[in-house]
Design a protein around this ligand. Sequence first.
Ligand code: UTP
Length: 415
Amino acid sequence: MEEKLKQVKQKLDKYGQEQLLDAYNRITDEKGKQDFLDSILTIDFNQANELYESSKQKPSFANSKIEPIDYTDKSKLSKEEYEELKAIGTKKIKEGKLAVVTMAGGQGTRLGHSGPKGTFDLGLNSHKPIFEILTDTMNEGRKEYGADIPWYIMTSEENNKETEEFFKKNDFFGYPENLITFFKQGKLPMLSTDGKILVDEKGKIKEAADGHGGIFGSMLKDGVIYDMKARGIEWIFIGGVDNVLVKPIDPIVIGLAEKKKVLAVGKSLVKANPKEKVGVFCKRDGKPSVIEYTEISDEMAEETDENGELKYGESHILCNLFNIKAVDKISQMKLPYHIAFKKAKYIDKDGNLVTPTEPNAYKFEAFLFDAFESLDDMAILRVKREEEFAPVKNAEGVDSPDTARKLYTDFHSRK
Ligand code: UTP
């Protein structure tokens, strides 16, 4: 213990994070002290300092060359094209080459539900929670193709236990238990505006999930990629937990990837209007990418092609298909971290709980779409909003339980 404490002190001293010793000194039980020292030893202080330095730099988009990217409109495929893609994709699904990953590690702060977002009751007559709605879709696909489709659910440190218990309590909503795997995404310390690692309400290091882009590294670290390879998986659909119309088992998207010989396909929706606050697919310096609404000029956002369609009109909806080779490659790369300035409760150096009314802390998140640039090419498949996109983001108004419930019931009454 003495030795460990010495090691920790040296580390904190080296990286200017001695304030963490105040929190250590306040812990009264031996186990708590030991755990706290262990958690300090797992922190990558070099990375924390680098992240802090990056918070001082302004993002610069000016130098990259942005161009529109080609897309395929699912609804405009000819019957022959559609049947061809469907046959290719169906064969792959039936051969057990598809796996699905659901990202459920987010905090869902906008929705404000107290548990994991997947446990939220959407307000259907059946009162099915979001996880059950997604499991229904998974079960339908599994039955339709008569195939075992492994389903991986990414949770975070904060919500992992509750998520696993929810599935167990509900007998995995009828999905074969041996096909479901939970894995936890990574986390990063939150920093004060002067670069100090914060301590949370429980006296522990204040950490937050490292963003949906953390998925690739976590899939490697937690053995998910290894498991997929052992099962002979070739294609992986990755989507968020909060789209209740998600179509994860879709032969067309696999068929398109195979036909175009690309390692990824992003599903897109046509932008509702040029000013809609969504990221859109594009080419950046010749590579597939997403340009965020904060990056695009009004002029570019309004540009149209010869058919009168927006040149930058394919919005990214976090519904993407990747080949295992792409996931393998990306998992070994470092994606950049984006900085969010958040309100974060913490314990100050005198042991008092501070509840800020204004943002006070930096949170660092990797974005999944930053991975696209590492691929030489990817295909974009435009799908229909009313068929594949009903997000639950906000407590009310746009993209809320009310709008998602309506989209969901309308879609299912048309089926
Ligand atoms: P959002 O960006 O909408 O974030 O996540 P969120 O955490 O769910 O909600 P807010 O912003 O706090 O209100 C899009 C998808 O990515 C997942 C979410 O669970 C959701 O399915 N996600 C996000 C993760 O799995 N991990 C993260 O670190 C962030």
